[in-house]
Design a protein around this ligand. Structure first.
Ligand code: GLU
Length: 420
């Protein structure tokens, strides 16, 4: 791989290259947009409960700031590397542009396994990581949010740490906070809700009914579990779900409400006592003959080989970067539509934006207002993507979504010009 990069940044650049011919972007501006603006690597020493000190590695990458303050989540996962964080920051930049939020894109993370950390260790790690990146973030500069294995509690610690240094409470420095300290109703389920909204839109577009459509979900964390619940509420039949502990399959439909509650309380998905469900391995789940398959876990799970064996009618990407460019080619050839991550999982950052707006206005909205605004924005981004795909004769929805995002970011850079 070029320049010592592993897969994710290279995949993202390939996705950008594919959209370039459909975007009206200046060549120099495009080259600039391929390079992250800055990445900070910090050492995160943490006093463990046993009295030992351990040093973790943390990162924050600000990829493209043409359209506004940088915005994107923070993940805690053993897979976190500079390459992964950089690609994720790039994807945030294009996602925020596609849904037309006044933001650039960023991402951060700490390489750790949060399952092995106590609550106190997690708190110390979060505070030290926040101290490490605090010169880089701020309510008008860069606004972190939850991502894989981070949650409202982690955001509360980040907000508190930043506020201690500033000397006053700064709620709008992070989004995804608990409602009690400036979070918004609807943020926890927003990404899953967005997945259910775009899936329904796709079915409408294909002139098919979502009622009783069969769904398989790989990954049952916050996003997967909420997507399952909300799709079931829209009439779909979630027949399979999996996470790192294993998978469950019931052709008549899983008890998603019970399963989600059980997993949220710390249970292993594979251990859920559903007498009608059988075990299913992760790769078998991705090969199920269902109407919708939803990768909702980590990147690069739909490889060329997985794409060749995929039997689902459509793929909706709840995770970031789950499909490799080679797999995209196979799926396009096989006429299997893919709703790309930057559209399918944009519900989270959209509601983050609404939280930031409320914090800035110092005025709280109702859940109904938040959900209505989320739906309006996602439906509009979906319609624009399909229109661009059709009007410009673009081979797939991802390339269409990228063309819109690259156009928007490119125009922002052209107006602003190159400094000095
Ligand atoms: N981590 C989420 C994402 O990948 C949300 C980011 C945010 O709310 O800023 O889109």
């Amino acid at each position: 791989m070029a320049n010592g990069e592993s897969g994710s940044v290279e995949n993202m650049r390939t996705q950008m290259d594919r959209a370039r011919e459909y975007a009206e972007v200046d060549e120099n501006v495009f080259t600039r947009m391929q390079h992250p603006e800055r990445t900070l690597k910090v050492s995160v020493p943490v006093l463990m409960d046993d009295g030992e000190e351990r040093v973790f590695e943390g990162y924050r990458c600000q990829f493209d700031g043409g359209r506004g303050p940088y915005k994107g989540g923070v993940r805690y996962h053993p897979s976190v590397t500079m390459d992964e964080v950089t690609a994720l920051a790039g994807w945030m930049s294009w996602k925020n542009a596609l849904v037309d939020l006044p933001y650039g894109g960023a991402k951060g993370g700490v390489s750790c396994d949060p399952k092995e950390l106590s609550r106190d260790e997690l708190k110390r790690l979060t505070r030290r990581y926040t101290e490490g990146i605090r010169r880089m973030i701020g309510p008008q500069i860069d606004i972190p949010a939850p991502d894989m294995n981070t949650n409202p509690q982690v955001m509360a610690w980040m907000m508190d740490t930043y506020s201690v240094y500033e000397g006053y409470t700064v709620p709008q420095v992070v989004t995804g906070k608990p409602v009690e300290i400036g979070g918004t109703p609807g943020r926890v389920e927003a990404t899953g809700r967005g997945v259910s909204i775009v899936t329904e839109q796709l079915f409408e577009h294909l002139d098919e009914a979502i009622d009783d459509a069969t769904v398989a979900i790989q990954g049952f964390g916050n996003v997967g579990a909420w997507a399952a619940r909300l799709l079931a509420r829209r009439g779909a039949n979630v027949v399979a779900a999996s996470d790192v502990s294993g998978g469950l399959y019931d052709p008549d439909g899983l008890d998603v409400i019970g399963l989600a509650e059980y997993v949220e309380e710390g249970g292993d998905l594979a251990e859920y006592g559903d007498p009608d469900a059988t075990e299913i391995a992760n790769d078998a789940l991705l090969a199920l003959d269902v109407d919708v398959v939803i990768p909702a876990a980590i990147a690069n799970v739909i490889t060329t080989e997985v794409a060749e064996n995929l039997e689902a009618g459509v793929v909706v990407e709840a995770a970031n970067g789950p499909t490799t460019p080679g797999a995209d080619d196979v799926l396009a050839e096989r006429d299997i539509p893919v709703v790309p991550d930057i559209l399918a999982n944009a519900g989270g950052v959209t509601v983050s934006y609404l939280e930031w707006v409320q914090n800035t206005q110092e005025y709280a909205w109702t859940l109904e207002q938040v959900n209505a605004e989320l739906e309006r924005r996602l439906v509009s981004a979906f319609d624009e993507t399909v229109e661009t795909y059709t009007d410009r004769g673009i081979p797939d929805l991802r390339t269409a979504a990228y063309a819109i995002a690259i156009d928007r970011c490119g125009r922002a850079h052209s107006y602003r010009g190159l400094f000095p």
